[in-house]
Design a protein around this ligand. Sequence first.
Ligand SMILES: *Cc1c(COP(=O)(O)O)cnc(C)c1O
Length: 410
Amino acid sequence: MGLFSSSRRTFLGAATVLAGATRALAAGARPTGGNAVEAGPNIYERLGVRTRINAKGTFTYLTGSLIFPEVSRAMEEAAQHYVYLEELQQKAGEKIAQLLGVEAAMVTSGAAAAIMLGTAACLTGMDPKKVSQLPDLTGLKSEVLIQKSHRNSFDHAIRNAGVRLLEVESRDDLENAFSEKTAMMYFLNAAQHKGQISLEEWVEAGKKHGVVTFNDAAADVPPVEHLSEYTRMGFDLVAFSGGKGLRGPQCAGLMLGRKDLIDAALLNNNPHEDAIGRPCKVGKEEIAGMLAAVERYLQIDHDAEWRDWERRLDAMAAVLTSIPGVTTGRFVPDVANHVPHLYVHWDEQKLGISREQCGKELQDGEPSIEVLVNQYPQGLAVTPFMMKPEEDQIVAGRIKAILTSAKAAG
Ligand SMILES: *Cc1c(COP(=O)(O)O)cnc(C)c1O
């Protein structure tokens, strides 16, 4: 392809952008703003980045969730003024804590940052010398307890603080694992039915030994009650992602819990420069956006939202079960992504297409659709959790077209 044709494309691209902007202004659209009327090529079209329909759930690689309009408005508003970042962190944290009925709260750059900052808080307390020392642990505690079945790729964030993880399995293991080196006890909420030690037992052991308990509940709203349930249960710190079910900014999260620990975590965080949390910067826009997301999330009629998800699954099931040889069923994952899902099952031999092939065709087709291919044993699965309105019909129609043409070809 020659230079001429590529510059011609650029020229045509610019012309289309201009035409789009003119149309948008003529139609009275605001020229900026995430949820403003869209006209002309959007940012992704201009960059040549494909947009995808999300029938899968909250996944960071797929950019999490779509923020509420209230969130983008709050972010835009926050972007127009200077404030002292620490004062904003304090006031927004207090407001979020009050809304959720927890002792203290802070906005982090995500649940992973909350995990690292919570660990750091346990190591340093309010001592600035220790804050600048991390991740060198000379003279500090150095171990975090974790159930073997709760090990996950995000526990790297604990190790970022310099500590090592000590794995336990039984209650006895746990009793024997405590020492003067123990800094914290990490619990993975989504694995609460996997390990031998329950949520309550974890908290009880922490209280008995005077060690901070941390619950990583990153993907665990809905239900909304989870936001205050675990601190009430006695966990000292609890983390949630801002960019998953809460539909706040993707690079934001919440850490909730004891005031002394939140204060110590803030000391380990941006804007303090000689601190382990300096790379986890949260800007005024994310702080304001996270607060708006919490406010919005608490106002939602969660029962009505659930009924709407069910209705959309009904509509999809009706389309899919019209294909001979295809069956569907419902399930709701127990803890994380606790929302209605639909699985689609077929005989791969008879229809001449595997789940993987169908998933690949959905990804590669137009529009591109992301579904759950091998996460659940029952079949290929979809959820309306992160879909936009009307997308359920597009997704069901595409799956039907792929399965039907595979059968015709076979
Ligand atoms: C998504 C996730 C994280 C990381 O959350 P971010 O908000 O993306 O930093 C941590 N732990 C678990 C269990 C998660 O699902």
